[in-house]
Design a protein around this ligand. Structure first.
Ligand SMILES: [Zn+2]
Ligand SMILES: [Zn+2]
Length: 138
């Protein structure tokens, strides 16, 4: 990771340890929406002494700074998205891969609800089968 980026994270008040850097590097441009366990397994290869708590705390810190988004799409398993641009998701119910949908379409709350609720953001999750799993289950 280049110095500029590291500096930017520092300025945000994130303590930059080699472990944290490895986590950030893994997340950068990652479109697989990894869980904390996935991230831990990956970074552990490089830092065998790293604890799961380090991964967890780093993710919490990044979330707090608005650098990653926590997805609660899969029951019982938080997934993380380094892409903070507003987008929607599709999740395959068989292989649990999560895909991005960058198409811009709006979902409007019917007026009777909108009167009593100020919408700040919304996200649509599509549940189904990815093309690979659909092919396999033929
Ligand atoms: Zn699938
Ligand atoms: Zn995403």
């Amino acid at each position: 990771m280049d110095k500029e980026k590291i500096e930017r994270y520092r300025k945000l008040g994130l303590k930059m340890t080699p472990q944290r850097l490895a986590i950030l590097e893994y997340l950068e441009g990652n479109t697989s929406h990894p869980s904390a366990e996935d991230i831990f397994r990956h970074v552990e290869e490089k830092f065998p002494s790293m604890s799961f708590a380090t991964v967890y705390n780093t993710l919490e810190a990044l979330k707090e700074k608005g650098l990653i988004i926590e997805l609660n799409i899969e029951p019982g398993k938080k997934r993380f998205d380094p892409n903070i641009e507003p987008h929607h998701h599709m999740i395959c119910e068989k292989c649990h891969r999560i895909f991005d949908v960058f198409e811009d379409f709006s979902v409007d709350l019917p007026p009777k609800y909108a009167q009593k609720f100020k919408v700040k953001r919304s996200q649509v999750v599509f549940y189904g089968l990815c093309s690979r799993c659909a092919e396999e289950s033929k």
